[in-house]
Design a protein around this ligand. Structure first.
Ligand code: ADE
Length: 232
């Protein structure tokens, strides 16, 4: 649900997510909130009560759009409604995995200074942020959410192995990878990778994942160990 469906459709029509849509594996539909306004000038926003900067999205078009979307989904589906907002919990791989278990996710994108709180209270189950910074609207954040969740849906990636061994699946960052040539500008590929010795390669990769995580994101290691930051 957005005021800028073309923005979302453009991003989500390319590459892996675009192919999954074309193959019928992901069903991604954009709904233009403006199509539901009852205002004769097609307005969807108004000034905030109490004064202040900017405009707010009115509750009527948002709630009527939501009713239409819910009717389209059907009552039998396990569905969750998410509002993209910096007020939400920051998206993690764990959250993406949790969301990939739903039959359907309705994503509400706000614009201007936000949305009338009554509409949010009536329809939203969860607020989700993609990071501690402010975007001009929820659309790019929604695309990030759809990409992160969509790739975990069965059939979207070539094989589940694609994400089982990669960054963050086990709380670690991915080990470095190399392809041909064996020597490039004088730099050789680590010898173990050319050895054909699978057990040694697995061991090297596990070590490298730890080293990479320690070097680049030591906070992830502490989280993985269940360290809540409290010194006891
Ligand atoms: N809308 C504006 N900023 C956002 C953010 N950081 N995450 C999600 N939605 C947003």
């Amino acid at each position: 649900m957005t005021l800028f469906p073309d923005l979302v459709d453009g991003v989500l029509s390319e590459s892996i997510i675009g192919r999954a849509r074309a193959a019928g594996i992901l069903d991604i539909r954009t709904h233009n909130i403006r199509d539901y306004t009852l205002d004769r000038h097609r307005r969807v926003d108004d000034t905030p009560y109490g004064g202040g900067m900017g405009m707010l999205m009115s509750p009527q078009p948002v709630c009527d759009c939501y009713d239409a979307v819910k009717a389209e989904i059907g009552a039998d589906k396990r569905s969750l409604t998410v509002y993209m907002s910096p007020k939400g919990k920051v998206l993690t791989e764990q959250k993406a995995r949790e969301l990939s278990g739903y039959d359907s996710i309705v994503i509400l994108c706000g614009h201007y200074e936000g949305i009338d709180q009554r509409a949010l209270d009536m329809i939203v189950d969860e607020y989700v942020s993609i990071g501690d910074y402010v975007l001009t609207g929820g659309e790019l954040a929604a695309c990030v959410l759809v990409d992160a969740v969509g790739r975990l849906v069965d059939g979207v990636l070539a094989s589940p192995v694609c994400y089982e061994s990669e960054s963050l699946t086990d709380g670690l960052l991915e080990y470095p990878q190399y392809t041909r040539p064996p020597v490039y500008r004088g730099v050789a590929v680590p010898e173990v990778l050319l050895s054909g010795h699978h057990a040694n390669i697995e061991k090297w990769r596990a070590e490298q994942a730890l080293i990479t995580t320690e070097r680049m994101r030591p906070d992830l290691l502490r989280k993985r160990d269940g360290d809540d930051g409290v010194i006891r």
